[in-house]
Write a protein that binds this ligand. Sequence first.
Ligand code: ADE
Length: 416
Amino acid sequence: MDYTIKDIKLADRGKKRVEWAFQHMQVLKILREHYGRNKIFKGLRIGCCLHVTTETANLVINMRDAGAQVFLCASNPLSTQDDVAAYLVRNEKISVFAKHGDDKESYYKNIKKVMSKEPHLVVDDGGDLISSFHRNISLAKNIIGATEETTTGVIRLRSLAKNKLLKFPVIAVNDANTKHFFDNRYGTGQSSIDGLLRATNILLAGKTAVVSGYGWCGRGIARRFQGMGARVIVTEVDPLRALEAVMDGYWVMPMSEASKIGDVFITSTGNISVITLTNIRQMKDGAILGNAGHFNVEIDLSALEKAARKKRNVREGLDEYTFANGKRIYILGEGRLVNLACAEGHPSSVMDMSFANQFLSLKYLKEHPELKPDVYQVPEEVDKKVADMKLKGMNIKIDKPTRKQAEYVNSWELGT
Ligand code: ADE
């Protein structure tokens, strides 16, 4: 283990924050109590590449309590919370290979450390760990299966599977209803605004906010901007989504037009160069740009670096670029995931459902070693169970269909 802890206070702070998060993770609590007793992962090694946050800490503690040996590296160098890593290593004896601000070399070295443990199950967020195993397949010999957390990772894996290159089964946790309806929409929605505000402390009321991409994340971000009093513009390439944004009440226009009027820009498309240098040159002095997509490729930062005359850090998570004509452009969290680079990621309450899907999908993989290499959906019964447990944890009761209602619905299904 190369994570040496000198500061007991750091671990102690991590402990309190992890416990606070756990208070809002009712489903993980139910799973911890249940599977902590029957040790479903006994004898298994689980390799995880996840944002090292208080929520992830609770997931890996659940795995450990269920009998697994867990090895964790980061899925983004800026999202690692060092107090959480310290707490996991010191108090929970869980191996963490991550430090906040790791450079590219250390980031990949840490991924290799997890790979060297030759895990049986793999949990990924963004696809870096799974793709690294595909480049070094001898270390994948024990793998029963893997799970993937994000839209971006699932897209990468589907392309591997389509080209018959995928070497083990992967469950697309992102696609579970109890994941993307909540995590992507309410989680990214709230935490992206949180990141923007922590880094800038600007007033959103009366500002013009541009949201690029109207998938589940974009929908959530646009809603929260609107709720804070901003005028919202959506840019899209998909006509159906663009239409939905129009009917949800937003202005829709190309980036070439939006760039001239926006005060704040957040990208969440999963694609590259959504905001180009040409767009940036058209922006107002003082425009603020951030990215909520998994990779830092949505804003053309390398072109901006080259074109700007001066760069300086003005606040934590906020860099100012000045052009020769005096115009200033501000970039949040180096163009990396704004919610994790400038804030703490999604609130525990939504990660609870995402990570319950992760945990139960790992259990499913372990119980189905016959699965062939492909990308699989989270089993419907798992999705439903997570929704039921979340409602139970929130102490919310719902109606049950009567026998008559069930018969009526079924008779329609039979077409009579
Ligand atoms: N992804 C987004 N928010 C997260 C969080 N709080 N913990 C782990 N992964 C995340």
